[in-house]
Design a protein around this ligand. Structure first.
Ligand SMILES: Nc1ncnc2c1ncn2[C@@H]1O[C@H](COP(=O)(O)OP(=O)(O)O)[C@@H](O)[C@H]1O
Ligand SMILES: [Mg+2]
Length: 369
């Protein structure tokens, strides 16, 4: 089976950047395949002889929790489990009389977090091969941490920046499904991200989506059907946002066995996924705005989306301004529109801002607007 959709270009690029010592931040909306890609990059790196340690930090909100996760991952990494862990513990004991028994994770609770992290990275840096710290959903963690204690979050971010600049053998690969630049601005820590390599992750192209479709069939995740004339093009255009998640869930609902799915049958699958039974597939889009923006911004963004949903072709800036009323200055509107493009709700098409996915637009009309 061809593997066009296996992100081979992205993987090669990431591995080569990382091995050259550059730390990387990959921001893209959820369910586009960041975690999948990170897992593959981890394997690719390990094949080159690098040490790769992956932690998932969504849901964490303190530095202590973050360090404990990192320690657990180090203690689980086969090649680090014994000698390295003993070596770090030895070093930590020299720094603090407070550490007696237990492993790394326990020691993390007994030392100043900054000193702990610095010591850990210094020791990893002494290794002969590169160590890559892969931190999945870093942006969500930073946001939750900043909500609790913005100063401490800022300090951690600046410390990590110092670490990635100063420890050539330890490289960071971070992902996030919310705009870390926006959080940086909100909590006054945008400077901490300067110098990191920003790599976007795009949804699949039509060819990649086609290939992914074949993989889903080979794995029997979706039914055995082909696309009748024009049906695949219709699917691609109407979905508008070719994330593996949405492709899979719509195609699961195509009701054709051993035949060719027509445009009408694809349309029927779209209809089904918009029904109350399946609307949960879109709930994250709905919640995202409430969860990740301050209440005033979230309110304005919802109004903007409500206006955008009225026409498939969207609206021009002046229309949004007029409809939002005098309370919203132009700069703010543009910031919101940009954030909505960034998070893949909207695209700018010439002078018009419209929903990127026809399907999401229909969901919005049906359930949100
Ligand atoms: N390139 C790919 N090939 C095959 N399946 C993929 C690919 N990328 C993502 N997936 C699948 O799509 C779903 C969403 O991907 P995930 O990595 O969890 O997204 P994210 O981390 O961006 O939210 C998962 O089930 C994942 O296995
Ligand atoms: Mg993920």
């Amino acid at each position: 089976m061809p593997d066009l959709h296996h992100r081979l270009n992205e993987r090669a690029k990431l591995v080569s950047l990382i091995l050259s010592g550059r730390s990387v931040l990959m921001l893209a909306p959820r369910r586009i395949g960041k975690t999948w890609l990170m897992d593959r990059v981890k394997e690719d790196l390990e094949r080159t002889g690098a040490r790769a340690i992956k932690v998932e930090v969504a849901g964490l909100s303190t530095e202590q929790e973050f360090l404990v996760e990192l320690c657990k991952a180090i203690e689980n990494a086969q090649e680090l489990r014994e000698r390295f862990t003993a070596q770090v513990l030895q070093r930590l004991k020299q720094l603090s009389g407070n550490i007696e028994s237990g492993g790394l994770a326990q020691a993390a609770g007994r030392l100043d977090p900054r000193q702990f992290l610095e010591t850990l990275v210094q020791e990893l840096n002494k290794g002969e091969s590169k160590t890559v710290l892969l931190i999945d959903e870093f942006a969500l963690f930073v946001q939750e941490f900043a909500k609790r204690d913005a100063d401490a979050a800022r300090r951690l971010l600046y410390q990590i920046r110092k670490l990635w600049q100063g420890s050539g053998n330890v490289v960071w690969f971070l992902t996030g499904s919310i705009g870390l630049d926006e959080i940086g601005r909100r909590y006054d820590m945008a400077g901490a991200l300067l110098g990191i390599e920003l790599i976007p992750l795009e949804p699949f192209s039509a060819e990649e989506a086609r290939c992914f479709f074949e993989e889903l069939q080979a794995q029997k995740i979706i039914g055995q059907f082909s696309f009748a004339d024009g049906a695949f093009g219709y699917f691609v255009d109407e979905l508008g946002w070719l994330s593996p998640y949405h492709i899979e869930h719509v195609l699961k609902l195509v009701d054709v066995s051993n035949g060719a799915a027509s445009v009408e049958q694809i349309e029927a699958a779209f209809g089904k996924i918009l029904s109350p039974n399946f609307r949960l597939h879109f709930a994250a889009w709905d919640e995202h705005i409430e969860k990740n923006f301050p209440p005033d911004d979230a309110r304005a963004m919802r109004v903007i989306l409500g206006i955008a949903a009225q026409h498939a072709g969207g609206e021009v800036e002046a229309t949004y301004l007029a409809r939002l009323g005098p309370g919203l200055e132009r700069r703010k509107l543009l910031n919101h529109l940009t954030a909505l493009v960034y998070d893949a709700y909207l695209v700018k098409d010439g002078e018009r801002w419209r929903f990127r996915s026809g399907l999401l637009r229909r969901y919005w009309i049906e359930y949100v607007a």
